[in-house]
Design a protein. Structure first.
Length: 75
């Protein structure tokens, strides 16, 4: 069992009562990139995206955006 990083885009949009498209507009991060982050479809994270999301939503703590969780191995 290992660890994986989860980007909490869905939680953020619910908490701030905005759509993913609105988050894209506010953060200047492509909607497709946000969707891939939200669905765990990206192998890497562009930290400039995280910074832009934080700035757009006035987030001071990176843990509101990303989380480190135990991942299940697929056997």
């Amino acid at each position: 069992m290992g660890k994986s990083i989860v980007v909490k885009i869905s939680e953020l949009t619910l908490k701030h009562k905005i759509s993913m498209r609105e988050l894209s507009r506010l953060s200047h991060v492509r909607h497709a990139a946000l969707s891939e982050l939200a669905n765990g479809k990206r192998d890497s994270i562009n930290f400039s995206h995280i910074v832009r999301i934080a700035e757009a939503l006035d987030i001071q703590d990176i843990r509101e955006i990303i989380d480190l969780v135990d991942s299940k191995e697929n056997n």
